[in-house]
Design a protein around this ligand. Structure first.
Ligand SMILES: Cc1cc2nc3c(=O)[nH]c(=O)nc-3n(C[C@H](O)[C@H](O)[C@H](O)COP(=O)(O)OP(=O)(O)OC[C@H]3O[C@@H](n4cnc5c(N)ncnc54)[C@H](O)[C@@H]3O)c2cc1C
Length: 352
């Protein structure tokens, strides 16, 4: 397909002018988001296929030593802009900084973690640059001949995987769901180049059209699903909020957290940020326990990378058993009660 057929008013680009894989590295309160670190690892893999370097892009204020972190996780170079005007995240300002840098350095690929910010920034940047963006990818590859990024994402309700390419535009932009790739190890002996760029005339924070409200944290004392090493997932089979409470008890007893299927979060039994799956969070804990979860493909997308999968379901034909390492067929109340009793006995030193 020719460029002119896609969008006649967009200028032609010379693909050969664009080289290098970039990762926009998101941070908040002095901490880099895991999703960005995971993308540095993937970018390394892609870059080595087409013999280019990995550049991390950072935007903010008072970044200090944080700018060195991407190097420790595998970046060859960090390009950053540190300015008072960037102290508070505002999408149009951050996007204009990224666009400025892209226009100067001309990378062939720019990756964003599909966090709330990444999902907002990436299309903003893509639209300004007149290029394509594939949102919410679950895998990436690169064609060594054409240097086209193979952007993989579920579509049609997760029933098929689409392979999307941007053959006539550069750079190629994609956002990738956090946790689909592992976080590379932090190696402080790695060395790389750190370049500070200055962009003049950035709008001052209070000149913005956007008002910033303080963020309030949820009242749950359980860790977020994407961070926990043990996740107990509630499905509709738990019957209601009372059932979820029982799972919270189990999660606390084994040092884990609670997540759920879309049906559970849609019903309001758990907050939306605990939804696991294609349109929720991706988890890769050491132990995932699905309770009353049928195993719809949209849910499986979000948990299939878990190391050990345990399924508790009253229906022996529930699809989740196809993915489970251990399956327990039965009413979840009886199974969970038995597990809790066993744990209590062990704690009291009666069991082995
Ligand atoms: C575009 C799109 C995006 C979606 N995104 C997501 C997503 O991100 N995450 C997600 O989870 N879903 C998602 N869904 C919904 C998904 O298709 C399923 O509908 C959903 O995952 C099913 O949830 P469930 O397993 O809780 O419920 P159900 O499918 O209703 O399964 C309930 C299970 O509980 C079992 N059960 C019943 N009683 C008991 C009992 N007493 N003890 C033990 N087991 C019992 C049943 O046998 C059954 O297997 C999406 C759907 C679409 C179309």
């Amino acid at each position: 397909m020719s460029t002119s057929r896609i969008c006649p008013e967009w200028p032609q680009v010379d693909k050969n002018e664009y080289r290098g894989i970039w990762v926009y590295v998101e941070h908040q309160n002095g901490v880099i988001k895991d999703g960005s670190l995971q993308l540095i690892g993937k970018a390394r893999e892609l870059a080595s296929k087409v013999n280019v370097g990995v550049t991390a892009v950072m935007v903010g204020h008072k970044l200090g030593d944080l700018v060195k972190e991407p190097i420790y996780y595998g970046a060859d170079r960090v390009v950053y802009v540190d300015d008072e005007a960037l102290a508070v995240y505002m999408p149009h300002v951050y996007a204009s900084v990224i666009v400025n840098l892209v226009n100067k350095y001309k990378p062939e690929v720019v990756l964003f973690a599909a966090t709330k910010r990444g999902r907002e920034l990436a299309p903003y940047v893509a639209n300004t640059l007149r290029t394509g963006i594939t949102a919410d990818c679950t895998d990436l590859d690169i064609d060594v001949k054409t240097r086209d990024l193979d952007q993989v994402r579920p579509t049609y309700g997760g029933n098929i995987l689409a392979h999307i390419r941007t053959p006539t535009r550069r750079p190629q932009l994609a956002s990738v769901r956090p946790n689909v790739f592992p976080t590379p190890p932090r190696d402080t002996s790695r060395k790389g180049e750190v370049i500070r760029e200055v962009i003049n005339n950035l709008p001052k924070p209070n000149g913005s059209l956007i008002s910033i409200k303080p963020v309030t944290k949820g009242d749950s004392d359980l860790p977020p699903v994407e961070k926990a090493d043990i996740v107990v997932a509630a499905g509709r089979g738990v019957g209601g909020p009372e059932g979820v409470k029982l799972l919270v008890e189990l999660a606390k007893a084994i040092g884990g957290t609670v997540g759920g299927t879309k049906k559970v979060t849609d019903a309001g039994w758990l907050p939306v940020d605990r939804q696991i799956g294609q349109t929720g969070k991706t988890v890769r804990p050491t132990l995932y326990i699905g309770v009353g979860v049928s195993g719809a493909i949209q849910h499986i997308f979000g948990m299939k990378e878990s190391k050990i999968i345990v399924a508790i379901n009253s229906d022996p034909n529930a699809p989740i058993f196809e993915y489970a390492d251990y399956g327990i067929v039965g009413d979840y109340r009886q199974v969970i009660q038995a597990l809790l009793e066993l744990l209590n006995q062990r704690r009291a030193g009666k069991g082995s």
